[in-house]
Design a protein around this ligand. Structure first.
Ligand SMILES: [Zn+2]
Ligand SMILES: [Zn+2]
Length: 285
């Protein structure tokens, strides 16, 4: 098979990165312990950090390691907007590439109207899910929160106290150590919205998940059709596309993904993050 050198490099980079991630995540499995994969795992998690610490102690007296530890604690156990910023960056970057590679190829006024509308939804729903009170239980609304849901006497029984908030826990509430409050009908603390998902913002959380799915599915739909059109244009004049084998079509499709890089990146990004996002939504339902 003749591969475009640029495409081959991208493919090699993706394969190498996948292999390193695999070694880092699964190299500790007993069956792999005495194999190069097991040694690789040991190198990534034991040898490299030891080198890093030794160099750091020599050069900065251990400042780097302390900073990394502090950052890790901040990222894991504090309320911070880093993941929200990552999300906004990813969506904005994707939209910018879409504007560069795909906007002029949109084939109807309908899509030229729909794209801005659908593109704005993730920002709006992220804002609503992030900044709506998820249902903080405070001394002043504690009486009302106690009446919100009845105790089921299985998972939620009366008489339990939150040692931090110092009041009786209402049914279906949980204390979130990151938000530092008890939350009414707490589902989980979500790093993507930097907020708990609870009684008052669960609808916005689902709107956020759905709008993310919609923009990714829509983006994949539009760009994959555009790449198909690019493919038709790239074939020698007079080629009957219906006579192409699936293998030849696939190969040509891969070539077209790198022919217009902006379009190709948006298409692949929508496909991969879309699968993740749909899986994530299924998990939360
Ligand atoms: Zn509490
Ligand atoms: Zn929380």
């Amino acid at each position: 098979m003749d591969l475009d050198p640029a495409f081959r490099d991208v493919l090699l980079a993706i394969l190498s990165l996948s292999f390193i991630v695999f070694v880092a995540l699964f190299g500790h499995v007993p069956a792999l312990r005495k194999t190069p994969i097991g040694w690789g795992h040991h190198f990534i998690w034991k040898t490299l950090p030891r080198w890093f610490i030794a160099i750091d102690v020599k050069i900065t007296g251990g400042l780097m390691v302390r900073t990394v530890k502090g950052l890790f604690n901040y990222v894991m156990y504090e309320k911070h907007p880093l993941i929200q910023l990552f999300y906004v960056g990813l969506v904005s970057g994707g939209l910018y590439l879409f504007y560069l590679g795909a906007w002029d190829r949109l084939w109807s006024t309908f899509h030229k109207i729909m794209v801005p509308i659908i593109s704005s939804l993730p920002y709006i729903t992220l804002y609503l899910a992030s900044y709506t009170d998820p249902g903080y239980i405070l001394p002043e609304n504690h009486r009302g929160a106690m009446k919100l849901y009845p105790f089921d006497y299985i998972n939620f029984k009366p008489g339990y106290h939150c040692s931090t908030c110092r009041f009786e826990k209402p049914a279906r509430s949980k204390h979130c150590p990151i938000c530092k409050h008890c939350i009414a009908k707490q589902d989980h603390h979500c790093v993507w919205i930097n907020n708990c998902v609870g009684h008052k913002n669960v609808k916005y959380f689902f709107a956020f998940l759905m709008s993310t799915n919609i923009i990714l599915i829509y983006g994949f739909y539009l760009t994959s059709i555009m790449i198909h059109e690019l493919l038709v244009e790239s074939l020698p004049a007079g080629t009957d596309i219906s006579k192409l084998s699936w293998g030849a079509y696939f190969n040509q499709y891969m070539l077209c993904l790198v022919l217009d890089v902006c379009l190709g990146v948006v298409c692949l990004l929508c496909l991969m993050t879309g699968l993740m996002s749909i899986g994530f939504t299924g998990y939360h339902l």
